[in-house]
Design a protein around this ligand. Structure first.
Ligand code: GLC
Length: 752
């Protein structure tokens, strides 16, 4: 027997040795190929690889009307195009690239943020599902559809931590928390890149916007950012580090200046941290025009200097500013930028083109049959409806939900009125960063259509628009009230239009737009039972509605299958399980408000305790809805908290167990959240930090033991020397249904 073991061990080690050398030799092969191409290129052709133009079919930034891009592609002056989709368009330009001297294939990049043909819930909505597998699958489907349309590279995931809902791009990220944001960043990178860049259903991911773009002063897009390096590393860089560790192929730098230095020209970010400490091997693309925008920043005097600063700072590709293509060769010839800087950038870009297999076959993503197959994939629609349901957050329910079906006990309401500007909305369910297709009017499911498919034969749907999304007209109120009076139940639809959140959509007023809340009040006055649906890409403020109506569902922007997903929840075919990934403020004056704040020397601990405290005299200390909040049609009991140890060294772990029981009458999923508080630190520590969570499905009456592990990583933070350390001392452990709704507590000590 011993003999056999010895032989198998020998075989295994030989196999591992061969595998190691094979992968090394493959990697070495790509690097050798890159160098062999690089050595044949002229300086101008190298700079061409660092140049990215927008296609002439669409634009996602201020466009520059200038020369003939196709002739520039033909002369090898373009490395990548964005906003070019569809096999025909990409093939056309790739064929032109193959006429260039070096025949280096183009990269086609696109904002595939939450879907391409099938539009998924906006990322902030998906974050509310806390379902990492579903989020990864959403990105995987988006990649499958977009790569079939000739796209190689998505400018996603956007991983900017955001704590100011006045900032329109909060819809594009994963909310306020670095732990949840890091896990979601990793899931999205894995989803987009799938089984690796050599597969034709993979999209290169692009972690953006590097860095701290979400911390713009006043929530005003493109505005300045200023923060300690400690906060930068602990909060804002965390999801980027996770994306890099997950193998993100590219990064995109951001428009903002950070501590006085524009991110595009920020050597600390791009070379010291990303390419240095994190050993990132991909390439960095600038955001639209951000190289040239350093002139407006007052950081450089012209495009010549912008190109010098950006290239030396580690910005490898220039999106749309033309600073590189117009100046970089000259800068190298003048010795202002070393050839090594250009070579390193071009190596990074060429390496990705080799990994994508584009040198073997520049047209491998231009497959008409695959494009046709992925154009109407019913499975994609089914999966979109699944994650859309999981993203809905039940904010309030006095028992009116779920709507009883005719078949169930208690009769279904005979007349249901669906009122408001979103009742029959179609594209407004898609949100920002989505695409318009000719068949959207039939393909997108409205709330009205979702309800029609659900109601029984004896139920009638009534409709009134009541008002527009964002104007002051009350002309529709009379009709809406009259329709409500004829109904047994009101479904009020409210929210913001698809272009009211997103890039360059910062707003100082994030109340329900227009006269929508007045409409809700007018219809509510009829005394009929009412459920309010709020569709938005960001937290909105609707305090009267929140305080008065019996039930509210936050339905975000849920994508192509929105109406079906909402109807599934309204009628109880799915028990809502979403939890808010971002705090909802009571007023704009309460912003920024987030759960993992410091205690201060005079903490406000209750609404009565406001004097001489870090609180407003005229406002509650709490957000309207806190991070991690979300209700269910059932109830859950948290019990039996046990820690395997009460004292650990930093090499040890604590097994945390608790029991979760479904004490209600519906099957449901609960996001059990684990928070820690480091009671005393060499720098002050937050009153709590999310350190783990599990989403658990239980049948009525079912109980389950839930396990968490506390290790050194979960106790660590950046000290004032930017060392990632865990300090001895006492920790509070809190387990709850939200960051405020703490159900179980204990404490433990980390000892030397
Ligand atoms: C935009 C956005 C960025 C996007 C890029 C290309 O300005 O800031 O997120 O990927 O330009 O569309």
């Amino acid at each position: 027997m011993k003999q056999v073991k010895h032989i198998s061990r020998l075989f295994l080690s030989f196999f591992l040795l061969v595998a190691f050398h094979t992968s090394r030799s493959q990697r070495k092969t790509i690097d050798q190929k890159v160098d062999s191409v690089l050595h044949l290129m002229t300086l101008e052709e190298k700079v061409g690889q660092m140049n990215q133009y927008n296609g002439d079919w669409d634009a996602t930034g201020p466009i520059t009307k200038d020369g003939d891009k196709q002739s520039q592609i033909r002369s090898g002056m373009v490395g990548s195009m964005l906003n070019v989709t569809g096999v025909d368009h990409t093939r056309t330009l790739q064929e032109i690239a193959m006429q260039s001297r070096m025949k280096i294939p183009l990269l086609f990049g696109q904002d595939i943020i939450h879907g391409y043909r099938t539009i998924f819930p906006v990322p902030l909505a998906e974050a509310a599902s806390w379902d990492l597998d579903a989020i990864q699958l959403s990105a995987r489907i988006a990649a499958t559809e977009a790569s079939a349309a000739g796209v190689h590279w998505t400018f996603a995931p956007m991983v900017d931590i955001a704590r100011d809902p006045r900032w329109g791009r909060v819809m594009e990220g994963a909310g306020e928390d670095p732990y949840l944001g890091s896990l979601i960043a990793r899931a999205r990178v894995k989803g987009f890149q799938g089984n690796g860049l050599g597969n034709t259903d993979a999209l290169m991911a692009c972690a953006k916007h590097f860095a701290a773009y979400g911390a713009a002063v006043g929530g005003r897009d493109y505005n300045s950012v200023d923060m300690s390096l400690r906060q930068l590393h602990e909060i804002y860089l965390a999801p980027f580090k996770a994306a890099a560790e997950a193998g993100a192929a590219t990064f995109m730098n951001s428009f903002n200046d950070l501590n006085g230095i524009p991110a595009t020209g920020n050597k600390y970010l791009q070379r010291d941290i990303l390419k240095g400490a994190w050993k990132f091997k991909g390439f960095v693309v600038s955001d639209w025009g951000s190289v040239g925008e350093m002139i407006q920043h007052g950081f450089v005097k012209d495009n010549y200097e912008a190109a010098l600063v950006a290239a030396n700072a580690g910005s490898d590709m220039d999106m749309e500013s033309r600073s590189y293509i117009q100046n970089l060769a000259k800068l190298v010839k003048e010795g202002k930028v070393k050839m090594e800087v250009v070579d390193e950038a071009v190596r990074r870009i060429l390496r990705k083109k080799f990994e994508l297999g584009l040198f073997d076959d520049p047209f491998r993503f231009c497959n008409k049959e695959r494009e046709r197959q992925q154009w109407n994939n019913p499975e994609h629609l089914r999966m979109e409806r699944e994650i859309a349901k999981k993203s809905i957050v039940l904010l309030k329910n006095n028992g009116i939900l779920p709507i009883r079906k005719q078949s169930a006990k208690g009769s279904e309401p005979r007349n249901i009125a669906v009122i408001g500007p979103f009742a029959k909305a179609k594209s407004d369910n898609l949100g920002f960063w989505s695409y318009d297709w000719p068949d959207d009017s039939t393909r997108i499911v409205s709330v009205w259509e979702g309800m029609q498919k659900k109601i029984g034969a004896d139920t009638r749907l009534l409709y009134a628009r009541g008002c527009n999304i964002n104007d002051t007209s009350h002309a529709g109120f009379t009709e809406a009230v009259a329709v409500a009076k004829n109904a047994d139940l009101i479904i009020m639809t409210a929210g913001e239009a698809r272009d009211m959140s997103g890039e360059a959509k910062s707003r100082s007023n994030i109340h329900l737009p227009g006269v929508q809340e007045e409409l809700i009040k007018a219809v509510y006055a009829t005394g009929k039972p009412m459920i309010v649906l709020v569709s938005a890409g960001r937290p909105l403020i609707f305090n009267w509605t929140a305080d008065n109506v019996p039930a509210i569902l936050y339905t975000w922007w849920l994508g192509t299958e929105a109406g079906d997903a909402i109807a599934d929840v309204l009628f109880g075919d799915y028990n809502p399980s979403g939890k808010l990934p971002i705090s909802f403020p009571r007023t704009e004056g309460q912003i920024p408000i987030y759960y993992d704040h410091f205690n201060t020397g005079r903490p406000a601990t209750s609404d009565s305790d406001r004097f001489y405290r870090s609180a407003y005299l005229d406002l509650s200390i709490y957000p309207k809805y806190e991070f991690g909040y979300g209700l269910s049609y059932t109830t859950f009991q948290y019990s039996d908290l046990r820690l395997s140890k009460k004292k650990i060294k930093d090499t040890e772990k604590i097994d945390v167990t608790m029991k979760l029981t479904n004490t209600g009458k519906y099957e449901g999923e609960e996001v059990v959240q684990l928070y820690l508080r480091d009671k005393v630190g060499s720098v002050v520590r937050p009153v709590k930090e999310l350190k783990d969570f599990q989403k658990i499905k239980l049948q009525p009456g079912e109980a389950k033991a839930i396990h968490f592990i506390i290790d050194k990583q979960k106790l660590s933070f950046y000290n004032d020397k930017l060392q990632w350390i865990a300090e001895p001392g006492e920790f509070d452990l809190m387990i709850g249904a939200s960051s405020e709704d703490i159900r179980l507590k204990d404490s433990f000590e980390l000892v030397k």
